[in-house]
Design a protein around this ligand. Structure first.
Ligand code: SAH
Length: 308
């Protein structure tokens, strides 16, 4: 789709007035880049808000406060864009404006070029839905369209989980997947022979994407997907829990994980930065688990622990 991008950079301190000006002109959908927001994000109030910030995000601290909005490309909207920017420049001394026409059809799917079929573990291969691939006889293929959800399998936190699932899951076992994202671990569990899988995510988008992927892999009979917060309100006893979240969420989940595991069941947690691993390990032991194995890949760790 072609659209017009209008970017307005006022002089210091005029961001709010400019937002008001645009609202009065009927422009309600704006993107505000304000380095002050980033400063607030970095100054987190709760430990579990985030663990890791992409360096690209930190670059945002260097930009000037600005407002961007988009209009569908048409002659009328091009006229509107130039009228509005002229008015804005009259109202706000020193304001700079950039107007450009963009075409998102090229870059919208750009990332797909980098998501290729990949053998993640000894038996499991992850394949994007849009690629053709002929598996070998011993290979299990998880088809994924991650959409807006996390989980293409290539991230260390996911591949560590898949490897531990492959090692510990016995055919016929029941699996609880907390923070299912794209549904990748649940589908992997089903292919490895799980008899029933409950996939849970707090994000409705992830629930939607997981359901699509579960259907795509023909696993509907085994995998049920539902929206939820960690294990709150879940009535499901598992032989194995997989939770690829992040250190502080794993710590929050650990005291409740045992309530959903049979004695001797396995708790696989991942998304743990190496520097937080000892803290998470202590919380898991404290909750009554025996540590079976800790794996590390790059800066990420995953822990397999047994419910006593
Ligand atoms: N299981 C996938 C996705 C992991 S990303 C994989 O291994 O690749 C972590 C997921 O946890 C995200 O989809 C996020 O929405 C979900 N999540 C975060 N907090 C949660 C919570 N409190 N309860 C349930 N899911 C949560």
């Amino acid at each position: 789709m072609k659209y017009i991008e209008i970017r307005l950079t006022p002089t210091d301190g005029q961001l709010e007035e400019l937002t008001g000006f645009l609202l009065a002109a009927g422009i309600t959908d704006t993107v505000v880049d304000d380095p002050a927001d980033l400063a607030e994000l970095l100054n987190k109030k709760e430990d579990y808000e985030w663990d890791y910030v992409d360096p690209a995000v930190l670059k945002g601290a260097e930009i000037k406060p600005r407002i961007t909005f988009y209009l569908e490309d048409s002659a009328a909207n091009r006229r509107l864009a130039s009228e509005l920017t002229a008015q804005a420049q009259q109202t706000f001394a020193g304001l700079t404006a950039e107007i450009s026409t963009e075409d998102d059809s090229a870059w919208k799917d750009e990332w797909k070029k980098y998501f290729k079929p990949a053998r993640i573990t000894e038996r499991l291969t992850v394949k994007p839905t849009w690629e053709n691939y002929t598996p070998s006889a011993d290979e299990l293929v998880i088809e994924i369209d991650p959409g807006m959800a996390f989980g293409t399998g290539t991230h260390e936190t996911t591949s560590l989980c898949l490897a531990l699932l492959e090692k510990y899951l016995q055919p016929g076992e029941r699996v609880l997947d907390i923070g299912c994202g794209s549904g990748i671990l649940s589908i992997g569990a089903a292919l490895l022979g799980a008899s029933a899988v409950l996939a849970v995510d707090i994000d409705p988008q992830a629930v939607f994407v997981s359901r699509e992927n579960v259907a795509l892999n023909g696993c509907e009979a085994t995998v049920r997907v539902q929206q939820g917060d960690l294990t709150k309100g879940l009535d499901f006893e598992a032989d194995l829990i997989a939770a690829n979240l992040m250190a502080d969420l794993v710590i929050m989940l650990s005291p409740h994980a045992g309530q959903h595991l049979r004695r001797g069941g396995l708790y696989i947690s991942s998304g743990i930065l190496a520097e937080k691993c000892a803290e998470v390990e202590a919380a898991i032991r404290e909750a009554g688990f025996a540590i079976e194995e800790i794996r590390q890949d790059g800066m990420w760790c995953a822990i397999a622990a047994r419910w006593q």
